[in-house]
Design a protein around this ligand. Sequence first.
Ligand SMILES: Cc1cc2nc3c(=O)[nH]c(=O)nc-3n(C[C@H](O)[C@H](O)[C@H](O)COP(=O)(O)OP(=O)(O)OC[C@H]3O[C@@H](n4cnc5c(N)ncnc54)[C@H](O)[C@@H]3O)c2cc1C
Length: 321
Amino acid sequence: MAGGDFAADGLIARLPQVRGRLTPMRVLADLTWFRVGGPAEVLFQPADEEDLAAFLALCPDDVPVMAVGVGSNLLVRDGGIPGVVIRLGRAFAAIDTDGTTVRAGAAALDARVAEAAAVAGIAGLEFLRGVPGTIGGALSMNAGCYGTEIKDVLVEAHAVDRKGRRLTIPAAEMGFSYRHADAAEGVIFTGAMLAGQPDDPAAVSARMAALLAKREAAQPIRERTSGSTFRNPAGFSSTGQPGDSDELKAWKLIDEAGCRGLTVGGARVSEKHCNFLINFDNATAADLETLGETVRARVKSQTGVDLHWEIRRAGVSIPPQ
Ligand SMILES: Cc1cc2nc3c(=O)[nH]c(=O)nc-3n(C[C@H](O)[C@H](O)[C@H](O)COP(=O)(O)OP(=O)(O)OC[C@H]3O[C@@H](n4cnc5c(N)ncnc54)[C@H](O)[C@@H]3O)c2cc1C
């Protein structure tokens, strides 16, 4: 889909010079799990943290800026994303362990961080093996599964704000809640310090493998999907807080509303896990979003519950012809 009615050449001329790469009208579909959506008006891939900070310090205030990780929780609309989309690369992907501490760049994959922790005999980060995003995405989403979230293992996050200032944000100041971090507003995360407990590397690896097998059995993890589409309605995490009962799971409500397998264009509600939407046949972002809204409307009319999107939707739609 073409989309992106932007005068990107005009925007590039207003942006500061960088050592990394600025690409006008960069299609984002191949940078997301759903494989849909229009271009970024400009995609910025900073050379390193200094390049990122210098860019943000000089980038005009009226230019919208957002980060993407590996797009495993992102629906980019067909008209693309106005402004600058920042994607961190290799310079932000280092992972180091020291005792029971792990330092990871924001572009490091959660799975690699979990594996590095296991090799170093650090327990508590196994859950990250099941989240297919980056550390930046995990900080922004308070990602988690099987009873642990990033908030439980974070010591501090590192970020650059919209003015180019480098920040160290202690875990207690992240404003974490269910799949949300207040501190993510207006910052680009560059890295994190995480901590676990000492354990036998083989025992940590075994727990990680068991978690992965469980996930593979229950979720369509090899499809063009973005994971859980809607939050579980009570708004609580799966850490034993009130409301975290099976009755309140989004997938159950979707199933009860008869939406399992529901299709719009090339988009379908997964048969395997009906809180997952799948791009099964050249779906557009509009197909996926319309399908999601149809599910919401059916669940509302049949159960009275308002589902809220967990997937982040970004950019502009293409108006119908
Ligand atoms: C098959 C599958 C299974 C999944 N299972 C789980 C699960 O069990 N638990 C779970 O929590 N999630 C799950 N997800 C969702 C997703 O993997 C997580 O939300 C993940 O943390 C997103 O990371 P990302 O790098 O892909 O971020 P993206 O999808 O690229 O972005 C998500 C959000 O994070 C922001 N962001 C990304 N990087 C940065 C940065 N450096 N600085 C500031 N903001 C940033 C983006 O602006 C956006 O708002 C699943 C997804 C899939 C496809």
